[in-house]
Design a binder for this molecule. Structure first.
Ligand code: GLA
Length: 738
């Protein structure tokens, strides 16, 4: 068991591979947080908690004249608003009398093997012997509010998951105004926050800032996790690097509004919180009613970011992604979006597909524009039936023609949106989110369907099934091209409109679940204008996500760099596109575009029939190499060897297999200088006492030399040129003189 309750000491000890988490039932039944970090042996850490009387920090009634016993300074597992803790709270609730305040005290607990379930929400899963659960029940004696804190402890992974079940066991209605999924209290304040901000076509930009006094937060109120901030955040020691120092990460398994907070309090303690964003969130809890929060995945590393990322890569690949393509290789695809945009007919598509097939591409993806009256982005969304003027003979015939030339067929949907110029909108204008008596905002000429409604979901399910049943479709790109606004549902009474954002996400998950259950062999790729919904929630349904609409190889270096902190490489949809690049007008070598796109689920997005013979040969070679390296890229350990925000001259990264026999080193010169320096890449985590040799190279390196002395990169490279070196371990040696 990874969870222990030491009855006499009232101490809970949660152990993962290298970490331990301790908390205890303190005086008056208050649950106190003690520690999360590296293992400390058999030691009760309650001695860490030093409590002193602090002015203007009051006491709970039972504490009498113990003026040091204040909720305002106490590290807690699930702090609430209204009872004398003035820091950011995990829970804010209004009781039946309009009173703010919930005073949660320990009631009971339960420990069992296997991981807890939360219903209707994505979550990490585990076999009985891989994880254990601690379920801690807290109760507010006055109102009958019951809060169950759920901890999922993975035995062999440094992961603790948390979620909360809130039940109204009282007799009057209550209203939840904030219900975070987790809270982590740290006894110090000298920390940096690493977060990933962005915009459309420039997502997950790494940013490291000191955490100061007061509340610092990132979040989304756009209804999706968003391009602007990602629900993955790290707090780390000032001195932390890729390979050194304390870091604590939280990742939200949720695709809607979120808030990630860090607050340094008056006495230099830091509180970290993550959960659904409280803006326009309010949930009615009738007597007997319950609410479950989405899950947060927490990890701690004592050895810097690199270890943290490896943990998330393994965790999400093995315990979050599902389905046929969870671990298996994925087909190399070609997508027609940047090749044709809306201007295509079936002949043009087949021309691209034939050429692509002859180069080794395995799957043809038909993007936007195949349905309804969709000549551009102003119309047609919602009308999920084929536009026969573009695709004569329909989808079934197209799929058949593709299958005949040995290619799989995939298709694009944007199920959540509707165009005003569509049959669907004309028939059901009330199906979209819009505030009563107001005209809703448009974005990309779209409105959003109210997925909190069952009839809307039913329409989408039925109309998608009829397309999917009409042809041999083996892949779906699930897009979502705007942020939510005007969030109001005609199906809910006025005093429940604060539930719509979350009910929308629950509706989306329900629809996705129904589809993946009915079509278990289809590969789903998530997308939201590129990476606007690149989160762990979506990964539960779609094992890969289109990382960004920006296909420029140089810009992708920083986008993919940021993405790699919290998400596995196999999740990153990445394509080679044409030059000059459509987003930046930059020209980069085809080889570089290939090397960069190979750090993900690889494909093409250009009209291959326009390539020269030399370029076609290069594409053939890229596909051959990608297929050879794919197991290493997907299953191997990924190491960032540079930070594009700090080293301005180059970007580099490395894949290494578990046995350390194969290594793939990737390098792109991002800025050419006169009288260039030589860049030495120090590789990571090889066998020290082993010899390695590069493919086609003669020199023999020791693992130790590659790690401690480094590998010089060629100085004759032009700006944006790339180097890819595949090294193999050839033998071991015994001692240094051998
Ligand atoms: C979004 C996607 C693109 C493409 C277009 C089609 O922007 O990210 O890849 O599918 O929609 O409209």
């Amino acid at each position: 068991m990874a969870v222990l309750f030491r009855e006499k000491e009232k101490l809970f000890v949660l152990e993962t591979k290298d970490t331990v988490y301790q908390m205890m039932i303190g005086d008056y039944g208050v649950l106190k947080h003690l520690y999360y970090g590296k293992k400390v042996g058999d030691c009760n850490l309650s001695y860490l908690l030093q409590m002193y009387d602090r002015g203007f920090s009051g006491q709970i009634p039972e504490a009498g004249d113990r003026r040091e016993f204040s909720m305002d300074t106490l590290p807690q597992e699930y702090p609430t608003y209204g009872i004398g803790d003035y820091r950011s709270e995990a829970l804010r609730i209004i009781d039946g009398n309009g009173g703010y305040g919930a005073d949660l005290r320990y009631q009971s607990h339960r420990i069992y093997s296997g991981k807890y379930n939360i219903s209707g929400l994505p979550a990490m899963y585990a076999k009985e012997n891989e994880a254990d659960t601690l379920e801690l029940t807290l109760r507010d004696q006055v109102t009958g509010l019951v809060v169950k804190l759920l901890y999922g402890i993975f035995r062999e992974l440094d992961v603790i998951t948390r979620a909360v079940r809130i039940v109204n066991e009282g007799t009057t209605e209550m209203t939840l105004e904030k219900a975070a999924s987790t809270c982590l209290e740290l006894p110090h304040s000298s920390l940096d926050m690493i977060r990933f901000h962005g915009k459309h076509a420039m997502e997950r930009e790494w940013e490291r800032l000191p955490v100061g006094h007061g509340n610092q937060s990132v979040g989304s109120v756009r209804g999706t996790s968003s391009h602007q901030h990602n629900p993955f955040v790290i707090l780390c020691a000032k001195e932390a690097t890729e390979t050194y120092g304390d870091c604590y990460a939280m990742s939200f398994v949720y695709s809607g509004n979120f808030l990630a907070e860090a607050e340094v309090d008056q006495i230099g303690q830091t509180r970290m919180l993550m959960g659904i964003h409280p803006t326009q969130f309010s949930w009615k809890l009738e007597p007997g009613g319950a609410f479950e929060t989405p899950e947060v995945v927490m990890s701690y590393s004592a050895e810097g970011f690199s270890k943290l990322s490896h943990t998330f890569h393994q965790a999400y690949r093995n315990h979050l992604c599902r389905g046929k393509y969870k671990l298996s290789s994925r087909p190399v695809l070609i997508n027609n979006w940047e090749a044709t945009y809306f201007q295509f007919d079936e002949e043009k598509l087949l021309q691209i597909a034939r050429e692509a097939g002859s180069l080794g591409v395995e799957l043809f993806v038909l993007d936007d524009g195949w349905f309804g009256k969709r000549e551009d982005d102003t119309s047609g969304l919602g009308d999920w039936y084929v536009n026969e003027s573009k695709i004569r003979g329909g989808i079934g015939k197209l799929a058949k023609s593709l299958n005949e030339i040995g290619m799989k067929f995939g298709i694009w949907f944007e199920p959540e949106a509707v165009s005003e110029d569509s049959d669907l909108y004309r028939a059901h204008p009330d199906w979209c989110l819009s505030i009563m008596n107001r005209k809703p905002n448009r974005s990309r000429y779209e409105l959003i369907l109210d997925l909190s409604r069952e009839d809307v979901r039913e329409y989408l399910f039925t109309s998608m099934c009829s397309v999917l049943d009409s042809a041999n479709i083996e892949y779906i790109k699930w897009d979502m091209n705007r942020s939510l606004s005007d969030v109001w549902s005609a199906r809910l009474p006025g005093n429940r409109q604060g539930e719509v954002f979350h009910r929308y996400v629950l509706g989306l998950y329900e629809l996705l679940e129904k589809l993946i259950q009915r079509y278990p062999d289809i590969l789903f790729e998530g997308c939201s204008g590129g990476g606007g919904r690149f989160d762990a929630g979506m990964l539960y349904y779609t094992p890969q996500i289109w990382c960004s609409d920006n296909t420029d190889a140089v810009e992708r270096l920083s986008i993919q760099y940021g993405t790699s902190f919290g998400y596995p490489i196999s999740a990153v949809g990445s394509h080679v596109s044409v030059c000059p690049n459509h987003q930046t007008r930059r020209t980069t070598p085809l080889h570089t575009r290939g090397v960069v796109a190979m750090a993900g689920s690889f494909g093409y997005e250009l009209d291959v029939s326009q390539l020269s013979e030399d370029e076609k040969n290069e594409v053939r070679q890229q596909i051959r190499l990608y297929k050879k390296y794919q197991p290493l890229i997907y299953n191997g350990r990924y190491d960032r060897l540079s930070n594009p925000y700090e080293e301005k001259g180059y970007a580099a990264w490395q894949f290494t297999d578990e046995e350390r026999t194969e290594v793939l080193v990737n390098y792109v010169l991002t800025r050419k200088h006169a009288n260039e320096n030589i860049y030495y890449l120090k590789l990571r985590d090889l066998e020290e006492k082993a010899y390695y040799q590069a493919d086609g190279g003669e020199h023999i390196y020791t693992g130790a030399a590659l790690m401690y002395a480094g590998l010089p990169m060629p100085r004759d490279k032009k700006e944006y040129e790339a180097v890819q070196i595949y090294l193999r371990r050839v033998s071991f040696y015994e001692n240094d003189s051998d």
